[in-house]
Design a protein around this ligand. Sequence first.
Ligand SMILES: C[S@@+](CC[C@H](N)C(=O)[O-])C[C@H]1O[C@@H](n2cnc3c(N)ncnc32)[C@H](O)[C@@H]1O
Length: 178
Amino acid sequence: MKHKNTIKSRYDDLGGSDYDMRYTEEQLAKYELIMDELPEANLMLDNGCGTGLLFRFIESSLVGLDLSSELLRTARERVNDVQYLVQGDSEYLPFRDDVFDAVVSVTVVQNLMKPERLPIESARVSKPGSNVIISSLKRVYEKVEDITSIVECDYLMLNRVFTDENINDWITVSTKKQ
Ligand SMILES: C[S@@+](CC[C@H](N)C(=O)[O-])C[C@H]1O[C@@H](n2cnc3c(N)ncnc32)[C@H](O)[C@@H]1O
């Protein structure tokens, strides 16, 4: 079983600049696909934000949450005055119910000890009717059903899955049920 401290250390040891060097291009290609799925939001959560590569594409207020203090150190250099950072755990989000207009979680779920908690918690903190976007590595979830079966929980309705061959993730787009 994956241990949370091991995951945190792995990202802390990698550090923000090495993370960006290795993964920026790959992550930007994923963001390009999800942008159209993010309607005007007042407040968005980037759940597992890493170094905050997504932040510059988001105009609304945003909270970035991540486990890794080292990646958050780099994210701190990217925030503007309506973007905030929180160190926390995607399995147990430190937010009240129904507060975010959109939740995005790019390439995070495969790291979790209890992956099924990511859609549940993302839905809990979202307002009813808002979009929840969750992507996962294809090399971990080999079949698209491996991830859709996790995302399709009691609280989310799955609307769309991006399966583009040149993208390393399955990208699911869901709506929080009313
Ligand atoms: C592949 S990176 C993706 C980062 C970012 N979403 C991006 O697009 O670049 C995975 C991220 O998940 C974070 N992570 C892993 N387990 C976590 C947990 N339990 N809670 C919050 N973040 C976690 C890691 O620290 C890392 O930043």
